[in-house]
Design a binder for this molecule. Structure first.
Ligand code: ATP
Ligand code: MG
Length: 190
């Protein structure tokens, strides 16, 4: 599951857990992006902060791991490179790429979109506020999954933290404390 994870929240974790259960996956690898291609105009926390929050959030689940492939690769992050690196690390695995409904809509605009279908099976999970449409995508390349709806976004969590509003129960406890300890999102609106 790729994402900016700025910060990781319970919407990500529920989506990953449901996809793992419904598709009988052995492992979910969370892959924080390096420089997100679609977020070049927005302020993004450092890769290390996002990586560490992802580690903290996933540490208690034996099936959840975190990969550094995207944050250690120089340049912009493209999913086709992510999948190539994950394949190298796990030559025999069946790879599934888990995304939310909003991200799957963008997929045809991703670099080397045609190649993506050959590298992994795509899983699109429902997300409140985003219709789950897979028009224009190869039907056998994408599985759509209904997951329990959590109307949580990282954007909302950042705004809340910046405004001094609580993010408790939207993100894991350790992530609440990491945000406070490192003063992430302070002065975001300045
Ligand atoms: P931002 O608001 O900064 O874009 P985000 O909440 O969308 O953050 P991302 O890191 O962009 O989080 O998302 C990573 C992946 O998780 C994407 O595929 C996204 O669609 C999916 N996702 C994010 N939030 C949810 C949610 N509440 N339910 C289901 N999927 C989600
Ligand atoms: Mg997003």
């Amino acid at each position: 599951m790729g994402g900016t994870f700025d910060p990781i929240h319970h919407g990500h974790l529920v989506a990953a857990s449901e996809a793992a259960a419904l598709l009988d996956l052995d492992e979910v690898v969370f892959v924080p992006t390096g420089k997100p291609t679609f977020k070049q105009d927005t302020r993004v926390s450092s890769a290390e902060d996002r990586y560490l929050m992802t580690v903290i959030a996933t540490a208690s689940n034996p099936r959840f791991t975190v990969s550094r492939v995207d944050i250690d690769r120089p340049g912009l992050t493209y999913t086709v490179d992510t999948l190539r690196d994950l394949r190298t690390a796990r030559p025999d695995a069946d790879l599934y790429f888990i995304t939310g409904a909003d991200a799957i809509e963008q997929i045809l605009t991703w670099k080397d979109a045609d190649e993506l279908w050959r590298k992994a099976h795509f899983v699109a999970v429902t997300r409140p506020g985003h219709p789950l449409t897979v028009e224009g995508l190869p039907r056998d390349g994408v599985t759509t999954l209904e997951v329990p709806a959590l109307a949580i976004s990282s954007t909302d969590c950042r705004r809340r933290a910046a405004a001094g509003q609580p993010v408790w129960y939207l993100v894991p406890d350790g992530v609440v404390q990491y945000i406070a300890k490192h003063g992430l999102y302070r002065g975001l609106d300045e």
